[in-house]
Design a protein around this ligand. Structure first.
Ligand SMILES: Nc1ncnc2c1ncn2[C@@H]1O[C@H](COP(=O)(O)OP(=O)(O)O)[C@@H](O)[C@H]1O
Ligand SMILES: [Mg+2]
Length: 319
């Protein structure tokens, strides 16, 4: 038995974008992404908006058919023959609790729908009990089940979304910007709940956010994405203490440090310019157009993601 639950290999998701009447060009939203997630572990995925985080989650869960690559769940290659059964094991919680919940359904029916779809109860009583169990698992009470989603606050709606994801008893949840739309105080409550649920239910998470503080708070390991590729990954403490890739350093440069001495010692890079269009990814290292250390080699060759020791992987020619 392996302790690896999710194994993503050479995942690519290229969207054809029409550029003319007869021509199209591929938008390489995800371009050769590799990672594993152990049982009970949280992998954080961070990067600026548009770098491909959501597409990684949707492609690995086969909500889009990947252009290339394989995803293994607990040692089984996911294919169209087993995806229906595996959907129960892998769930996704989205950013926007407002648009992902049907306002015309009661909370009980929202949470009960996956139970219906997968026929996870023997009778009405069992269905009702399971819904109440799920509702209390996310910190709401049974009287909430008769109310409609629009009657709830953002944080409560996110709890309802999580209860719905948990209904099928999954082993893995991809949390895509699941707290990004919430106030900071509410964010903390929901993040703590994710952690409690992980402990209680032995869940594994892919925890996606553009905010590296949120990702750090939640993750055992962090992967940093830039224009469709992972450019650095390491244990959370390691990547925070010893970031190597200039892009990771720039993300961390924006984070306030409580201790002024360590703040002074820390390398800082303030990024110039915007992310290039994913339709015109720079040759070689995609980050080179914004990188203070870029050389000719960076324009000529794409740096591979190489282990610098202890599972700290970096894709950079110069650092
Ligand atoms: N269905 C789609 N068709 C075409 N382009 C898409 C599609 N989904 C995402 N993209 C593009 O892929 C890139 C990555 O998007 P996304 O995965 O949503 O990034 P992130 O979640 O990091 O903000 C963006 O340039 C986005 O416009
Ligand atoms: Mg996204």
């Amino acid at each position: 038995m392996s302790d690896i639950l999710i194994d993503v290999r050479h995942l690519k998701q290229w969207f054809p974008i029409r550029t003319g009447f007869f021509s199209s060009t591929p938008l390489k939203a995800v371009d050769d992404v590799n990672f594993t997630i152990k049982k009970g572990e949280t992998l954080g995925l961070v990067g600026e908006s548009g770098c491909g985080k959501t597409t990684v989650a949707r492609s690995m869960l086969q909500l889009y058919k990947p252009t290339a690559g394989e995803v293994y769940f607990d040692g089984t290659l996911i294919s169209k023959d087993n995806i229906h059964a595996l959907r129960r094991e892998m769930q996704m919680v989205f950013q926007d609790p407002y648009s992902s919940l049907n306002p015309r359904m009661t909370v009980g029916d929202i949470v009960g729908e996956p139970l219906d779809v997968h026929k996870l109860y023997a009778n009405r009583q069992e269905r009702k009990e399971r819904i109440e169990e799920l509702i209390s698992l996310v910190g709401l009470n049974s009287e909430h089940t008769r109310r409609y989603a629009h009657e709830f606050s953002g944080g409560q709606r996110q709890r309802i979304g999580i209860a719905r994801a948990l209904a099928v008893n999954p082993q893995f949840i991809a949390c895509d910007e699941s707290v990004s739309a919430l106030d900071v105080s509410i964010q903390a409550q929901i993040l703590n709940m994710f952690r409690d649920l992980q402990e209680k239910l032995g869940l594994s998470y892919l925890f996606i956010a553009h905010d590296i503080l949120v990702v750090n708070h939640m993750s055992d390991r962090v992967a940093v994405m830039y224009l469709g590729k992972i450019i650095e990954t390491a244990d959370t403490e390691e990547i925070n203490g010893h970031p190597v890739h200039p892009y990771t350093v720039s993300l961390l440069s924006a984070v306030p440090v409580p201790d002024p001495r360590s703040a002074r010692e820390r390398k800082r890079i303030i990024l110039q310019g915007d992310v290039p269009s994913p339709l015109k990814v720079p040759s070689g290292c995609a980050f080179r157009t914004r990188c203070p250390y870029a050389t000719e080699q960076c324009a000529a060759e794409t740096p591979p993601l190489v282990d610098r020791g202890g599972g700290h992987l970096v894709a950079c020619w110069n650092r």
